[in-house]
Design a protein around this ligand. Structure first.
Ligand code: ADP
Ligand code: 5GP
Length: 213
């Protein structure tokens, strides 16, 4: 039996708050972390690769996977479908590996309500201010003004769900947010439910204890 059951670590934030940057830093910190590669019906952006960034599916193929029960969660975001394939997540957590999810609040709610919900750890990233959120979207240099405007409009909807999350971090200083994130993950790995061999250990202690009398 593996010593540890993996966590489902869910990171959400309004676009531009720093979620992808923090996710990359967390992945670089621990090579045992697996990233949950989502399926989506949106078109790939320049530089994105099928199977690395997303599984890019047609709407029919996506809906078929949902109908076949292959998605742990799925949602309609910015006019496209997104979903997290369930099998890789189950395999990873059963072999003691944590899985990192970059999903919106709808994904967080569904994962929490799934049969794996007791292993979920959800963290919401807030920006220090709305002008700073816009500044980050602009300096990232990935989107047109039009797309930035749409992301900003959507950001309030995402922020309004902050109360569903286990932890909420204000990403002001990047280094200190990264440290807090690692502290949270390190502590949550020691939850009783994440340590399936504890019972065996306590039984051993009990035998030793009884051997004394
Ligand atoms: P998200 O994934 O939430 O959309 P990104 O991780 O792409 O956001 O971050 C948006 C931009 O803000 C990037 O250019 C990133 O380097 C920058 N950024 C992230 N965190 C901070 C921070 N704490 N301070 C300043 N800039 C940041
Ligand atoms: P993007 O298209 O910019 O990569 O992602 C847009 C939004 O979809 C982000 O808020 C991201 O967190 C969310 N998202 C990406 N994959 C999934 C997924 O599998 N499920 C859900 N619910 N949201 C996702």
């Amino acid at each position: 039996m593996v010593d540890r059951r993996g966590l489902l670590i869910i990171l959400s934030s309004p676009s531009g708050a720093g979620k992808s940057t923090l996710a990359k830093r967390l992945m670089a910190w621990d090579s045992d972390l697996e990233f949950s590669i989502s399926a989506t019906t949106r078109a790939p952006r320049p530089g994105e690769e099928h199977g690395r960034d997303y599984f890019f599916l047609s709407e029919d193929a996506f809906k078929q996977q949902v109908a076949d029960g292959q998605m742990l969660e799925h949602a309609h975001v910015f006019g496209n479908f997104y979903g997290s394939p369930a099998d890789p997540v189950r395999n990873s957590i059963n072999t003691g590996k944590d899985v990192l999810f970059d999903v919106d609040w709808q994904g967080e709610v569904q994962i929490r309500n799934s049969d794996l919900g007791k292993h979920a750890l959800s963290i919401f990233i807030l920006p220090p201010s709305i002008p700073e959120l816009r500044r980050r979207l602009e300096t990232r240099g990935q989107d047109s003004d039009d797309v930035i405007g749409r992301r900003m409009l959507k950001s309030w909807d995402e922020i309004s769900h902050w109360g569903y999350y286990d932890y909420v971090l204000i990403n002001d200083d990047l280094e200190s947010t990264e440290e807090k994130l690692k502290t949270i993950v390190s502590a949550e790995r020691m939850r009783r439910i994440q340590q399936p061999t504890l019972q065996q250990h306590v039984r051993k202690l009990q035998n030793e204890f009884e051997g004394l009398s």
